[in-house]
Design a protein around this ligand. Structure first.
Ligand SMILES: [Zn+2]
Length: 445
């Protein structure tokens, strides 16, 4: 039994009834939040003789952030300048991502995930929903990433992106990799790891492969994680090949459902949004990535109004969820050409909906700082220069906390970083090994 006491902090609970509690302490016992109360109650509270006591004075104590769409495998693309210039989204895929994912080895997958997880710990992101591709190292790739996740101490939901873009044999390997990994996760009942069945995107998957993937997923009671209408090309190619729009096709195939994540949703029409709503499918938007690829802006405001569960991901642009939040807000204002639009919808997507998405996948109390919830907790350096309470928190989050440093990161009750020092991972050593692997990869690119 281990106990951590975080005292003298300003506790932010998040959740539907977000509270900002000044001068409070938090007790974590093993992997669960045991108590949240005012500091004056600390004298009568049972503290173990070997408890770890952390002074959270001048700090916000809040739930760790959640990144609801990520690609670990893109870590080695940082600085790579050998890709030919691209004029549109499909050229970006062809010139960069679909060249990179062919070069990845199992070691690359492992180190890419470790590198991204180090960054995540530093940015206070404690849960990541990842989407993986390594075309010539499919088998065993999810186990390699899982190993990196376990080592880093974070939570992650993994999948392999099935696609026909590299031929039938690779597509079949992708289906097998998802199936084997999902079965192992179902048997392990892991706190840290979950799995979805990964599909790249409608426009790179044939009817036959889609049928086989759905069949395989149903056999292991799995739901899906798929890029959906990210670029207009997904709609155009799907329509031309199948006579259906993307979401209609996914609906007919049996892909949608309350644990399925449709990513991006930039080019959806009203009937597709209705189908996502009817099936209670989750949507994860990645505004920063969409701007970077110039594919358009997803309508977070409209999807929220229609009652969809809309979350936020970074699509591997960063692992910094407060940076993504800011882009999300600006994107909606620009889309609507109105400065009063989108602020609360985007805040809600990050601090409430991402937690709801994770709770659907984990079936555990995650994402709020309340008694009985899993202990995914961060401390951020923040001394408010203007009044901070539950009414003003959103503005502080976007314009102040987003510029603050993360001091301490705790996931599943384990301290991963304290006083800005990683506890178990040797960053320099991991980066040295990553550097060697990246150099080899780049030399073959
Ligand atoms: Zn993506």
């Amino acid at each position: 039994m281990s106990q951590i006491i975080l005292k003298n902090g300003t506790v932010v609970t998040l959740g539907d009834n977000n509270q900002v509690l000044q001068d409070h302490f938090v007790s974590i016992r093993d992997d669960v939040i045991e108590k949240v109360a005012h500091n004056k109650e600390l004298a009568d509270f049972k503290i173990d003789s070997d408890a770890t006591i952390i002074n959270a004075s001048q700090k916000l104590v809040m739930p760790g952030f959640i990144n609801a769409h990520m690609h670990y495998y893109s870590s080695f693309a940082r600085g790579l300048n050998k890709a030919a210039p691209s004029n549109n989204f499909t050229e970006i895929l062809n010139n960069l991502w679909w060249r990179l994912d062919k070069k990845l080895t199992l070691d690359d997958c492992y180190f890419s995930a470790l590198v991204a997880n180090i960054e995540a710990i530093k940015k206070g992101t404690t849960t990541i929903i990842d989407h993986h591709a390594s075309v010539n190292a499919v088998k065993g790739s999810l186990d390699k990433i899982a190993q990196a996740v376990k080592q880093s101490g974070l939570r992650a939901c993994l999948c392999y992106e099935v696609s026909d873009r590299d031929g039938e044999a690779i597509a079949k390997q992708g289906i097998a990799e998802n199936t084997e990994f999902i079965q192992s996760i179902n048997e392990s009942n892991s706190d840290q790891l979950k799995a979805l069945f990964g599909l790249h995107a409608s426009f790179t998957i044939s009817d036959e492969t889609l049928k086989q993937a759905v069949l395989a997923a149903k056999n292991c009671q799995a739901f899906f994680h798929i890029h959906t209408a990210e670029d207009l090309a997904d709609q155009e190619i799907t329509l031309e090949k199948t006579g259906k729009r993307v979401v209609e096709r996914l609906y007919s195939a049996g892909v949608l459902g309350d644990k399925t994540i449709c990513v991006h949703g930039v080019h959806l029409n009203d009937s597709e949004i209705d189908l996502l709503k009817t099936t209670d499918t989750m949507v994860v938007c990645n505004p920063q990535s969409n701007m970077n690829n110039a594919v358009g802006i997803s309508d977070i405001v409209k999807m929220t109004e229609k009652g969809l569960l809309v979350g936020l991901g970074t699509d591997a642009m960063t692992v910094n969820m407060l940076e993504e939040l800011r882009f999300a807000i600006w994107s909606q204002k620009l889309k609507y050409n109105h400065p009063g639009v989108g602020f609360m919808e985007c805040i809600n997507a990050l601090i409430n909906n991402n937690a709801k998405i994770v709770r659907r996948l984990w079936d555990e109390k995650i994402g709020e700082l309340k008694e009985g919830f899993k202990a995914d907790v961060i401390l951020m350096d923040y001394s408010p220069p203007t009044p901070l309470d539950s009414q003003t928190f959103a503005g502080h989050l976007v314009f102040g906390v987003s510029q603050a440093s993360v001091d301490t990161t705790i996931a599943n009750g384990k301290i991963l970083m304290q006083n800005k020092k990683l506890q178990d991972l040797d960053e320099r050593q991991i980066h040295d090994q990553a550097l060697e692997l990246a150099q080899r990869l780049w030399s073959e690119f």
